[in-house]
Write a protein that binds this ligand. Structure first.
Ligand SMILES: Nc1ncnc2c1ncn2[C@@H]1O[C@H](COP(=O)(O)OP(=O)(O)OP(=O)(O)O)[C@@H](O)[C@H]1O
Ligand SMILES: [Mg+2]
Length: 227
């Protein structure tokens, strides 16, 4: 489902030097698997998710999603692939403030000109327990509720892969647990692969694989790395 082959990413700095962030990462994961990525601030976790989402291009190496090499796709094809096969969940939710919950979830389907947008969005909100808040705007929702709407938006296109960047980082422990339950359940029930960047030990421990990103390398996380 997701394969990384010798994936590297550097940034060119103003003085012309290269800042190497990710160095020859390899990963192979099967469909429906959940992977937690942990690592210190600045280790490249968000950069890695951006590469997997095809939002950034690697300096070298490959990202293969659903048997397709993202780097072989044009920007246009990649955008279409991303919007149909990959769901993204952010720590800050990234909901549109001027749209209500239902409209936020409809948005990816409107962009695909899907005539069933409203029905699918209602079903998606229902699956995250938010069908009672469809006409609320983000500023009228709690943090946990905003994250549920963001997850409903991420799954409404039936993606094969969900990428979540610290999805519980802005939530209190109770809501963090509820959102973790929700993501892991969706992954199991709908066979969606999940890559979650998290600082939460309990969430990482509930995933099928725990990987640690440090010094540009991805390794199996030993439990001491989580402490
Ligand atoms: N466009 C860029 N140009 C130069 N350096 C960058 C660029 N984007 C990211 N970096 C650097 O890459 C490193 C990794 O950044 P990234 O955001 O991936 O870290 P992170 O592991 O997600 O950190 P955090 O836990 O704080 O979110 C950082 O040191 C950052 O300064
Ligand atoms: Mg980050």
């Amino acid at each position: 489902m997701l394969t990384l082959n010798n994936l590297s990413r550097s940034f060119k700095l103003q003085d012309g030097s290269d800042l190497k962030i990710l160095s020859d990462l390899n990963l192979s994961s099967s469909s429906g698997e959940s992977i937690a990525i942990i690592g210190p601030s600045g280790s490249g976790k968000t950069t890695l998710l951006s590469l997997i989402a095809g939002l950034e291009r690697p300096t070298s190496g490959q990202v293969i999603v659903d048997s397709l090499d993202l780097n072989q796709m044009s920007e246009k094809k990649l955008a279409r692939f991303r919007s149909s096969r990959i769901g993204i969940v952010f720590q800050q939710f990234h909901l549109m403030p001027h749209l209500n919950a239902l409209e936020n979830v409809c948005l990816p389907l409107w962009l695909q000109k899907n005539p069933e947008a409203e029905n699918l969005a209602r079903a998606s909100l229902d699956s995250v327990g938010m069908s009672h808040r469809t006409s609320h705007h983000p500023w009228q929702l709690s943090g946990g509720e905003c994250q549920r709407v963001a997850i409903a938006r991420a799954i409404v296109t039936s993606p094969a892969l969900i990428l979540a960047d610290e999805p519980t980082g802005n939530l209190d422990p109770e809501n963090a647990k509820a959102i973790s339950d929700l993501l892991l359940n969706l992954s199991r029930v709908k066979n969606i692969s999940l890559v979650i960047v998290t600082h939460s030990i309990s969430l990482a421990n509930r995933c099928d694989k725990k990987l640690q990103l440090a010094h540009g390398k991805l390794q199996n996380a030993v439990d001491s790395a989580l402490l």
